[in-house]
Design a protein around this ligand. Structure first.
Ligand code: ADP
Length: 454
């Protein structure tokens, strides 16, 4: 889960916890306050009923009830039981009838407020003394109004809880998106930096926050990486350059030797081998040089308009020099009528190296069986198919053939270094193209290269 979502979720859960606790607190507090006020109202009525019962002058009794009726009114299901001193047996039977605990009666005896609540009914008990006489009044009523109030409050709190959750989650998400905006920007910028544009740097804002620190750290790292790449690249370039001259001299000398007629055939054979092997080495050094250049900054190379059919013909020429027994056939049958569809923008040396690698591999890994090269055009791409009838590539290894120095497990008997295809892939990517490989062990391999028209 993205940190951004995790933060808004944690924020929501925390806030939900706080709102829930607050709602429970409000509910309990309100319920307690409503119930206390109802007990109080019941006690007032109970008091009046007790005093009315103790009133000696019976004509006065009705005054109490009138007062109660007029000014206080009846509570729902209001009931009063008066227990006289001499009616203890009645108290016992009442005790059996009503669900009050012993502590309730003890409180009456101690002249403390006795209150009890069960099954929506509130009970109070009062001991009343008047002119030396005393009675106990047990009163009960149901707080219908309070119950309704509590129900409303509960609904209000539940609805409020869910509405606030939606708000908190939405705002939490909004704020976390805002907070992570600079980080997303950095990710986008870093993704755009590759070996080809290592000189690019992230924008550093003026504020002194962690994001600025992060950008600076990335930039420092890029500085170090660029220097390391440059050193490595220079080393490979210089080494390849240094190899080139002696190799040219060796192959030149071998050719010169071959042109002399009166030397023994065995010596000519040696010279031929020297010539062939030095050509291979030259191709290898050129590949390493190109790999270093394309891997670091392909823009160093010069770009022109290149006709792919001509390029493939010159690739065939090179293949003929390196592997004279090759059976490469170029099929021009499907060439597009519009010649523009054969022209790509690119670097000739690099593209030639790329196609030479594929073609030479096809000859090598098929022991010089026929290799078919087909050129055709798609909607926006010129397509070059190179098909051989060679050893093929094991299924699970196809994905790795573009990794530098990787060689498939079925190539022991063939010489190679594993740098040709990585270079080819780099070059084709540099030209905004792509390569698709189809292969079956023992049947053959097809490389399909797509290059965008000019
Ligand atoms: P190598 O010098 O080993 O040929 P490459 O980089 O040119 O190195 O190729 C990488 C690997 O891809 C090879 O070692 C081989 O296993 C596989 N491969 C490339 N082309 C072919 C092909 N036409 N047929 C079979 N395997 C191939």
């Amino acid at each position: 889960m993205k940190i951004q979502n995790r933060i808004s979720l944690i924020f929501t859960v925390l806030t939900a916890g706080i709102i829930l606790s607050l709602s429970v607190f409000i509910y309990i507090f309100a319920s307690d306050s409503i119930s206390r006020s109802f007990f109080h109202r019941l006690e007032v009525r109970s008091n009046i009923v007790g005093h009315a019962a103790l009133e000696k002058n019976k004509s006065q009794t009705s005054i109490y009830y009138d007062f109660k009726e007029k000014h206080l009114g009846d509570l729902p299901y209001e009931q009063h039981q008066i227990i006289w001193k001499n009616e203890i047996h009645k108290a016992d039977s009442l005790r059996k009838r009503f669900p009050m605990p012993q502590s309730f009666y003890d409180a009456i005896v101690r002249k403390q407020p006795a209150r009890f609540f069960k099954n929506d009914t509130s009970y109070v008990g009062l001991g009343i003394i008047q002119s030396g006489e005393n009675v106990i009044v047990l009163s009960s009523a149901v707080d219908l109004y309070g119950r309704e109030e509590m129900e409303n409050l509960k609904n209000l709190l539940i609805i409020g809880f869910f509405i606030s959750l939606i708000f908190v989650f939405t705002f939490g998400k909004f704020f976390s998106i805002q907070i992570f905006q600079p980080i997303r920007q950095i990710i986008r910028n870093v993704k755009g930096i590759s070996a080809h544009n290592l000189n690019q740097r992230l924008k550093v804002s003026t504020s002194k926050d962690e994001i600025t620190d992060l950008s600076k750290t990335f930039n420092d790292m890029l500085d170090r990486l660029e220097i390391t790449f440059e050193i490595q690249n220079n080393f490979v370039s210089n080494a390849s350059h240094e190899f080139k001259t002696p190799l040219t001299i060796i192959s030149g000398e071998a050719q010169l030797g071959l042109s002399i007629d009166d030397i023994p055939e065995i010596a000519k054979d040696s010279l031929r081998t020297i010539f062939r092997e030095s050509e291979k080495l030259e191709h290898l050094t050129n590949s390493m040089l190109s790999l270093a250049q394309t891997g670091f900054d392909g823009k160093k190379e010069q770009w022109d308009e290149i006709r792919i059919d001509e390029l493939i013909l010159s690739v065939k020429g090179t293949a003929d020099q390196i592997m004279p027994d090759n059976k490469v056939e170029i099929n021009f049958d499907q060439l597009p009528e519009d010649e523009e569809k054969l022209v790509v923008n690119g670097n000739e040396t690099l593209l030639k190296a790329a196609f030479t690698n594929i073609v030479l591999n096809s000859c090598k890994y098929s022991d010089n069986k026929p290799v078919h090269v087909l050129i055709k055009a798609g909607e926006t791409y010129v397509i070059i198919e190179i098909t051989d009838e060679g050893i093929g590539i094991p299924d699970r290894e196809i994905a790795q053939i573009f990794v530098p120095f990787f060689r498939a497990s079925n190539t022991e008997k063939y010489q190679g270094y594993g740098i040709g295809l990585p270079l080819t892939n780099n070059i084709i990517k540099l030209h905004l193209g792509s390569i698709v490989v189809n292969s079956e062990v023992g049947v053959g391999t097809r490389f399909t290269v797509y290059l965008p028209f000019k």
